[in-house]
Design a protein around this ligand. Structure first.
Ligand SMILES: Cc1ncc(COP(=O)(O)O)c(C=O)c1O
Length: 393
C-alpha cells in the first residue's frame, strides 16, 4: 500500500495527540444512565455561561455594522488601554497600552511569545508536570523543552536552584504558571521573584502564565514583578480572558512584554491570525469594564467547591492530595503498579469519571491524575469522592 500522506514536519508528527482530544474519545460513543451520569473533570472550563448582561450586550453589538472587520493586529486600542489599566491597578504598577497585546487566547499568546524568543535548537525550561500545550508547541517548533522536576513534598512548587543547574548556552526562557495547571499549586511570591532574578541574571526570559490569576483570594497578587524598574528586559506575562469571564469559545487572551518583543510578536500575530477575534475583544472589554464583581463571586464559589474536594480527599486513605487550587486538584492514585493512563481509562469505564492521567503532563507522573473541578457543580463533588473511593476499594 502506498503512503498517501504528504511529507509532514517530523517534529510535529512526533508530538503525542492532544490529551483532551484523547481523553474525550474514551467516552465519545458511550451513553450514561441517569443514576450514573458522566462527570467530566477533564478540561479546564468554567461550568457556567458568561454573564447574561454580557450576552445581551454582544447581541446588540452584532447589529452594529462596524463590529465585524479586522482590528489592529494587537487588538483594539480601547481594550489594550483598558487591560493595561487593569493590570496596572492589579499590580500597583505602570504598564502602558503599548506594552500589552491582545491575542486569540492565552495559548496563542504563549505560541507567539515563544516564536519571538526562540528558534529550533534552543531550549526552554518547563516545570514538570507541565501544561501539555506548552510542551507540545515547543516540540513542534523544534525547541527542546527541558524538564524542571519539582522536589518530592514541595507541594508541586519548582525550586529556582534546580532551574539554575539546567540553564545552558541554548536556554532562552523559563516558563512558570501560577496558579498552576495541572497541579493547582499557587507559587509563593519569593519563589516567583527568585525565578525572575535567576532569569534576569542569566539573560533569559521569564514567561509567566497567569491564566488563573483572578482565582486568588481577593486583594492577593502573586508577585510585584511589574514594579521592577526594567521588567521589560526579562518578563513576558501571559493572560487569558477565557476563565475569568467564561469566554473559552471567544478566544481572547493577552501578552504583556517590552515594546521590542511586542513588535516581533505583532509580526507573528499578523501571519497566524491577522488580529484577535473582534467579538472576543468586545466581550473582554465589557468584562473588564463591568464584570469583575461577577467574576469575583464565581471565584468564591469555586474556592468553596475546591475546599469540599480538598476535605474529601484529605479524609481518604487511598488517594493522596498533592496540591489544589484554581481549577485543579492533582492527586496520587492508589494503584501503585498501574500506569496513570490505565487508571484514568478505568475510572472513565467503570465509574463514568473522566480525568486526565499524569503521564499527559510529562515523564515521571504515572502515579498522578488531574481533576479539573471547575467544570462541575458543587453538588457533584460528593459523587466524585464516592466514585474515587469505590473505584480503589
Ligand atoms: C495555563 C494555561 N494557559 C493557557 C490556557 C489557554 O487559555 P486560552 O483559552 O486563553 O487559550 C490554559 C487553558 O486551560 C491554561 O490552563
Amino acid at each position: 500500500m502506498t503512503n498517501t500522506m504528504p511529507i509532514v514536519n517530523p517534529w510535529l508528527a512526533a508530538v503525542a495527540p492532544s490529551p483532551i482530544v484523547e481523553a474525550k474519545s474514551w467516552v465519545l460513543d458511550r451513553s450514561f444512565p441517569a443514576d450514573m451520569p458522566l462527570i467530566d473533570l477533564s478540561q479546564a472550563v468554567p461550568g457556567y455561561p458568561p454573564a447574561l448582561e454580557l450576552r445581551r450586550h454582544l447581541g446588540e453589538l452584532l447589529l452594529d455594522p462596524t463590529m465585524h472587520g479586522y482590528t489592529p493586529v494587537l487588538g483594539v486600542p480601547v481594550l489594550r488601554q483598558s487591560y493595561a489599566i487593569h493590570l496596572s491597578e492589579f499590580y500597583s504598577a505602570r504598564i502602558g497600552p503599548a506594552e500589552v497585546g491582545i491575542t486569540a487566547g492565552c495559548n496563542q499568546a504563549f505560541c507567539l511569545a515563544m516564536m519571538s524568543l526562540a528558534r529550533a535548537g534552543d531550549q526552554v525550561i518547563l516545570p514538570q508536570p507541565h501544561y501539555f500545550n506548552h510542551d507540545m508547541w515547543l516540540r513542534m517548533q523544534g525547541i527542546e523543552p527541558v524538564a524542571l522536576d519539582c522536589r518530592p513534598e514541595s507541594g508541586a512548587v519548582p525550586h529556582p536552584d534546580d532551574a539554575a543547574r539546567l540553564i545552558g548556552p541554548r536556554t532562552r526562557a523559563i516558563v512558570l504558571i501560577t496558579p498552576n495547571n495541572p497541579t493547582g499549586a499557587v507559587y509563593p511570591r519569593e519563589t516567583i521573584h527568585a525565578f525572575y532574578e535567576l532569569a534576569k541574571g542569566r539573560g533569559i526570559a521569564l514567561i509567566l502564565d497567569e491564566t488563573y490569576k483572578d482565582l486568588l483570594p481577593e486583594g492577593e497578587r502573586s508577585h510585584d514583578l511589574f514594579a521592577e524598574p526594567d521588567w521589560q528586559r526579562t518578563l513576558v506575562h501571559l493572560y487569558s480572558f477565557s476563565k475569568v469571564f467564561a469566554l473559552t469559545g471567544y478566544r481572547v487572551g493577552a501578552v504583556t512584554a517590552g515594546i521590542p518583543l511586542l513588535t516581533e510578536i505583532e509580526k507573528a500575530m499578523d501571519c497566524v491570525a491577522i488580529c484577535p477575534p473582534r467579538i472576543g475583544q468586545e466581550a473582554a472589554l465589557y468584562g473588564l469594564q463591568h464584570l469583575l464583581p461577577w467574576a469575583r463571586r464565581n471565584t468564591e464559589g469555586l474556592a468553596t467547591r475546591g475546599e469540599l474536594l480538598r476535605a474529601g480527599l484529605e479524609r481518604s486513605n487511598r488517594w493522596r492530595l498533592v496540591s489544589l487550587g484554581a481549577y485543579f486538584a492533582y492527586v496520587e492514585h492508589p494503584l501503585a503498579g498501574q500506569p496513570s493512563r490505565t487508571v484514568a481509562k478505568r475510572l472513565a469505564d467503570e465509574e463514568n469519571l473522566l480525568t486526565i492521567p499524569g503521564d499527559m503532563f510529562g515523564a515521571g507522573q504515572e502515579r498522578f491524575l488531574r481533576l479539573a473541578f471547575a467544570n462541575v457543580s458543587d453538588d457533584r463533588i460528593p459523587a466524585v469522592l464516592e466514585r474515587l473511593e469505590r473505584f480503589s476499594a
